[in-house]
Design a protein around this ligand. Structure first.
Ligand SMILES: [Cu+2]
Length: 272
């Protein structure tokens, strides 16, 4: 029996480390890095992985040393209570690491989340994305580049519609479901909200994950670096149909994107 447990306990860590080492070569590691922010996020990930990895290796080494050194049957255990030096050390060292990480991540967090980062930059508002049980509804600014008909009070409430309200009034804007198209190599802004419960807008290749919150219009910006078709998923358990709340994110060159927008506008115009 002893041998079974020994083999089991040795196999698990050996396999874990084996898979970890093999992962980058087998394409099981991080998805391709396809936005301008992704490099910063990955750097954070690797710094944290290095710290936790080093601590893991150290604690395992101490554990194995103790197992081997004190497993002889003639060793007598020693019991003692409190060890101030040890307790101070294992409180101060992790606290120091956490404080370091808190400051180290600030520039990346700021770049990804603070609106001041894109003020004055050529960032274009492309679409509003509404999480709905269980779909992503996307509404693009139309050919005029403005939400709603530029300067028109779409819903008659005395305010020029700027999409701060939900609802889909009749405008030159176009809509899609479960498909978000964006131009490549441009800093784009989408506004994210939800119709019902919390959802989370997640595009692994762009390292973008942002909650969609009912009643809030949250700006999300990024610059996609490669045209292609990617998966857009909901990363928040939002109800029974959560599993099917996935969409396509299609990144295209600007002229192709504009042509698609024109075509969709013509199609939607025909049924208005
Ligand atoms: Cu969802």
């Amino acid at each position: 029996m002893r041998i079974v447990w020994t083999v089991l306990f040795v196999t698990v860590p050996v396999l874990s480390i084996g898979f970890f080492v093999a992962a980058p070569f087998m394409n099981w590691w991080l998805p391709e890095n396809l936005s301008t922010i992704a490099g910063d996020i990955d750097r954070m990930f690797y710094v944290i992985l290095a710290i936790t990895g080093a601590i893991f290796a150290l604690t395992q080494a101490v554990l194995i040393y103790a197992l081997v050194r004190y497993s002889r049957e003639d060793t007598k255990p020693v019991y003692f209570h409190e060890n101030n030096k040890l307790e101070i050390a294992w409180s101060v060292v992790p606290a120091g690491i956490l404080v370091f990480l808190a400051f180290y991540q600030l520039p990346t967090w700021g770049k990804a989340k603070y609106v001041t980062q894109i003020e004055g930059k050529d960032a274009r508002f492309v679409a509003m994305v509404v999480g709905t049980q269980f779909d992503w509804r996307v509404r693009y600014v139309g050919l005029d580049g403005q939400p709603g008909k530029a300067g028109v009070d779409d819903d008659g409430d005395g305010v020029v519609d700027n999409w701060t309200e939900l609802g889909f009034p009749d405008t030159d804007d176009v809509e899609t479901v479960a498909e978000l198209r964006l131009p490549a190599n441009e800093l784009v802004i989408i506004r994210l909200t939800s119709n019902d419960v919390l959802h989370s807008f997640f595009v692994p290749q762009f390292r973008i994950k942002q909650d969609a919150v009912p009643g809030m219009m949250i700006p999300v910006w990024f610059q996609a670096t490669k045209p292609g078709e990617y998966e857009l998923v909901c990363a928040e358990l939002c109800g029974w149909g959560h599993y099917r709340m996935r969409g396509k994110l299609i990144v295209q060159e600007r002229d192709k994107f504009n042509r698609w927008l024109e075509q969709l506008n013509a199609e939607e115009e025909a049924v208005r």
